[in-house]
Design a protein around this ligand. Structure first.
Ligand SMILES: Nc1ncnc2c1ncn2[C@@H]1O[C@H](COP(=O)(O)OP(=O)(O)OP(=O)(O)O)[C@@H](O)[C@H]1O
Ligand SMILES: [Mg+2]
Length: 299
């Protein structure tokens, strides 16, 4: 039986109140091509994106993470298996799920404020409530002073923050993010983690975040799904039971964070070695990070 969707009241910002959804993926297969040219990308994959939790998926490059996201978003259909949102099958895209991709989707001809207000205006909901929420979000992502600037006048990190605000104003039941901070420099990335974690903690929304960055994964996750190499499925689920709000400084010395990192890296190392044969750069990075970790542990 599926539990009724929970509405989370946010005391400090009533306008960030959300209805959080839950997704269940059961025995999903996805393959492309036909006959001799069939390629299985997802195989017998099952997991739950739990209500109001931040679930992070991490796996080797090319293992099938973005393919799974396209299935969750309803852009494509599984070859076999089922995906449900609050017990109802996902049959296509819907405004209950919102996907933030790595590539910027901001309109270059619109200011930050107009980009954030795009969704409500497109739905004919240019209401006082939407405008108040846009103001709240501008503050939450630290872009009040840049509200009248165009995307080209913003740094990469600011663009990503504008994009988070633009997604959140639509109040989806589930936010799905596909490596949204890939390509940012290390400092901007760490700043983004704190902004994003803050937004997540305040809204109580269900979030599904895909990454290949182990530190990003552990800093953000309530639950970590470790994926196998292609054709992908869940290799392990690790509960990241570290209290929130989290701080990067504290996480460096946190025993639990380090234990999770070791466990995750050793599993990812095995999976990465399989794709390493295929010459994947990210796989090589995993192997490198793992050997460094072992060296530090041995010292
Ligand atoms: N439409 C398609 N037709 C054929 N093969 C596809 C298609 N889409 C994806 N693939 C294959 O599926 C595999 C997984 O791709 P996907 O983009 O899902 O991986 P990923 O885990 O997101 O990788 P990355 O970490 O690099 O983003 C790749 O081998 C890719 O070539
Ligand atoms: Mg991808």
């Amino acid at each position: 039986m599926t539990a009724a969707p929970k509405t989370t009241q946010v005391a400090s910002s009533p306008s960030l109140k959300v209805q959080a959804g839950e997704i269940k993926v059961t025995g999903v297969h996805k393959s492309y091509g036909e006959g001799l040219f069939t390629k299985a990308v997802v195989e017998d994959c099952s997991f739950t994106i739990e209500r109001s939790k931040l679930t992070v998926m991490i796996g080797p490059s090319g293992c099938g993470k973005s393919t799974l996201i396209r299935l969750l978003a309803g852009f494509e259909k599984p070859t076999r298996g089922t995906i449900t949102l609050d017990g109802k099958p996902i049959t296509g895209p819907g405004k209950d799920r919102l996907v933030v991709f790595q590539e910027s989707a901001l309109f270059p001809w619109m200011t930050t404020y107009d980009n954030i207000m795009y969704g409500p205006r497109a739905r004919g909901e240019n209401t006082k409530e939407a405008r108040t929420l846009a103001e709240t979000l501008l503050d939450k992502v630290g872009l009040r002073a840049f509200r009248k600037k165009y995307p080209a006048q913003l740094s990469g990190g600011m663009q990503r923050r504008a994009e988070l605000a633009r997604a959140m104003i639509n109040n989806p039941q589930i936010m799905i993010l596909d490596e949204p901070f890939r390509g940012l420099d290390a400092m901007s990335k760490e700043l983004m983690w704190e902004y994003y974690a803050g937004l997540y903690e305040e809204s109580g929304r269900t979030n599904f975040f895909v990454t290949t960055d182990i530190d990003e994964a552990i800093f953000l996750a309530d639950r970590l799904l470790i994926m196998t190499n292609v054709p992908t499925k869940v290799r392990a689920v690790i509960e990241v039971d570290i209290p929130r709000p989290r701080s990067l400084v504290h996480m460096v010395d946190d025993d639990r964070a380090n234990a999770v990192k070791m466990e995750a890296l050793s599993l990812l190392h095995e999976e990465a070695m399989k794709s390493f044969a295929g010459g994947s750069k990210a796989a090589a990075d995993f192997v490198d990070a793992y050997s460094k970790r072992r060296r530090v542990a041995a010292e």
